[in-house]
Design a protein around this ligand. Structure first.
Ligand code: SF4
Length: 284
């Protein structure tokens, strides 16, 4: 099972996104997928390039729209494992409406956000995840807005799988992606993925000093939503591991009345060219 291709990533040396790419490739192999069983759909940003670096179906979509495309792919072929991916600006600013509603919908895809608290591709502007006071070219006096808390928002929106990891912890990140793939519903995995070129505050060392790893917290119960919310608030969101999972709620595909088990993409409608033209004409 070879999820590597021969495309050389053009991320800066040391960018956290390299680990996310490796973790997706390892997780896909570990759960027994073949390349033709996986689709990786990405948005725009440095992180959006990831779909081109994995040997699977891939689509580098448009800004903030990885999730609508990924959901379309899943609905057309529920047999595919679908991973959507992008950055914090992509998913938590322009794409936030899609993120919240995909969470509510609980469609069976895995969404991996490479969260570097800055816009890297456009050379370093404040993002929705930048802390108050964060200085960039777009906020030279320091950001006057508070940072978004995406995982608290996800929990309060009915998320059934919420996890967070760190690019430096490839083992944990790979394991969480495996769990996300296996989860029957929408899984959100936020990854602290440092931008070594433009973010000189939230560095690898900064995360190592500030993160609480749930794998080391005794007695933590990831099925307890209130405990998950409390822990996120206590740590200012600097928490890694499986934060919350609800295995009881069914996925969107399983709840839609009459949704076919056989993928739409595998059905042969046996339609003639004339009938097809007539159908298309009705939509003109
Ligand atoms: Fe990674 Fe930042 Fe370089 Fe983009 S600019 S590739 S996010 S290090």
């Amino acid at each position: 099972k070879e999820f590597r291709n021969n495309v050389k990533p053009n991320w800066c040396p040391g960018c956290g996104d390299f680990s996310v790419q490796a973790a997706i490739q390892r997780a896909a192999a570990n759960v027994g997928l073949e390349p033709e069983q996986l689709a990786v759909i990405s948005g725009i940003g440095c992180s959006g390039r990831i779909s081109g670096y994995i040997n699977a179906y891939g689509l580098h979509g448009i800004h903030g729209r990885a999730l609508p495309i990924a959901q379309g792919v899943k609905l057309a072929n529920r047999d595919l494992t679908v991973i959507a991916s992008g950055g914090d600006g992509d998913g938590f600013a322009i794409g936030m409406g899609h993120t919240i509603h995909a969470i509510r919908r609980n469609i069976n895809i895995t969404y991996i956000v490479m969260d570097n608290q800055i816009y890297g591709l456009t050379k370093g502007q404040t993002s929705p995840r930048s802390a108050e006071g964060f200085k960039t070219k777009s906020t030279p006096e320091g950001s006057i807005e508070s940072a978004l808390s995406p995982l608290e928002l996800a929990l309060s929106s009915g998320a059934t799988f919420v996890a967070q990891s760190f690019s430096s912890d490839l083992k944990q990140l790979t394991a969480l992606i495996e769990e996300g793939i296996k989860h029957e519903g929408f899984s959100l995995i936020n990854v602290f993925s440092p931008c070594v070129t433009f973010n000189k505050v939230n560095t690898y060392d900064w995360f190592k000093e500030n993160i609480t790893n749930l794998d080391t917290v005794e007695g933590y119960d990831s099925s307890n939503r209130i405990q998950a919310m409390t822990k996120l608030m206590e740590t200012g969101g600097l928490l890694t591991g499986l934060i919350y999972q609800n295995k009881e709620r069914k996925s969107y595909e399983d709840l839609v009345p009459g949704f076919r088990q056989e993928p739409l993409a595998a059905q042969n409608p046996e339609i003639t060219a004339e009938e097809f033209d007539k159908l298309v004409a009705e939509f003109k």
